[in-house]
Design a protein around this ligand. Structure first.
Ligand code: ASP
Length: 300
């Protein structure tokens, strides 16, 4: 049994220049591990990791979010507490600096699980969640990427080049020293997506799931594939009812995704014993893991 475990991801697909991600992955996972080492809760640590990934323009979440077909940023996020299945989610957000903080506020301060659009933003304002103006989100790299995808008249996942795609959504899963699990996921969606489109990231049981009886999971990939297969929940069921180890469950979930819908993406899992696993049907996936002080970076 591990004393504590933490895993983060920065998306899946064809990863170009993986070295670009190393410094931020290392910094975020090391800081998170120190917090777990000194007794922080899994819920706080996944929130903090996602905030830092959202603030980093390299990743498709918060500040670095991709642009939709209107050339605008629209963010989604969710969080789940494995102790009691409490969950919070928000979608179609404009201007919310850290969507994960809004998801957490919805979980902790409302009677609801999922708020969208204008109503979610009003709740954010009422609860002191920070906003930024549109310049904050519109990075030069994202504008260029959007123009390229639009010129090719396609929708594409983050960092699209020709037919190669990388999905830059971010996720974090953790098990703290009390044995509690938590998961969170945050995204800007897919490049040039139809306004109003929502993927799996804010959907509990599709892109995010946590239950102390089984595991914590965060997914990344073509959201429609993960929604249609309820992939995060499906993987958790493999652990809870089939008694699978984390890596076997991760592998089996990706086989299921591919078998059922030819799905494209990946997931990270920490199970109730603190075992960490990742699997993907994409050429690569960006992850970093910290378990009992040992750090493993896999930026491809
Ligand atoms: N799953 C996200 C979505 O479909 C995209 C991603 O993982 O990059 O919105």
């Amino acid at each position: 049994m591990k004393k504590y475990s933490l895993m983060i991801h920065g998306g899946a697909g064809t990863i170009h220049a993986p070295e670009r991600y190393e410094a931020s992955l290392r910094d975020i996972v090391e800081t998170g591990a120190r917090r777990l080492e000194t007794g922080a809760s899994a819920l706080d640590v996944v929130t903090e990791c996602i905030m830092r990934l959202e603030d980093n323009p390299l990743y498709n979440a918060g500040r670095g979010s991709v642009l939709n077909a209107d050339g605008l940023v629209s963010c989604d996020a969710s969080i789940m507490d494995g102790r009691n299945l409490d969950a919070g989610a928000a979608a179609g957000l404009r201007g919310v600096r850290n969507p994960v903080l809004l998801a957490r506020a919805i979980m902790e301060k409302s009677n609801h699980v999922f708020l969208i659009g204008e109503g979610a933003e009003r709740f954010a304002r009422d609860n002191g969640v920070d906003f930024e103006n549109s310049d904050y989100f519109l990075t030069a790299e994202r504008v260029e990427q959007f123009e390229n995808v639009r010129a090719a008249r396609s929708t594409a996942l983050d960092h699209s080049r020709a037919n190669e795609v990388k999905l830059g959504t971010v996720g974090a899963v953790a098990r703290d020293q009390s044995g509690d699990l938590a998961a969170a996921t945050s995204t800007g969606g897919v490049v040039n997506q139809r306004p109003g489109r929502v993927g799996d990231s804010p959907i509990i049981g599709a892109g995010t799931f946590a239950d102390n009886s089984s595991c914590a999971i965060s997914c990344t990939g073509v959201g429609e594939d993960f929604i249609r297969t309820s992939l995060a929940r499906t993987a958790a069921l493999f652990i809870e009812y089939r008694g699978m180890h984390a890596q076997d469950a991760a592998n089996e979930a990706i086989l299921f995704l591919v078998d059922k819908v030819q799905g494209y993406g990946g997931l990270i899992i920490i199970d109730r014993n603190g075992e960490c696993a990742r699997a993907h049907s994409t050429p690569g996936m960006i992850t970093a893991t910290a378990a009992d002080g040992e750090i493993t970076l896999r930026p491809c």
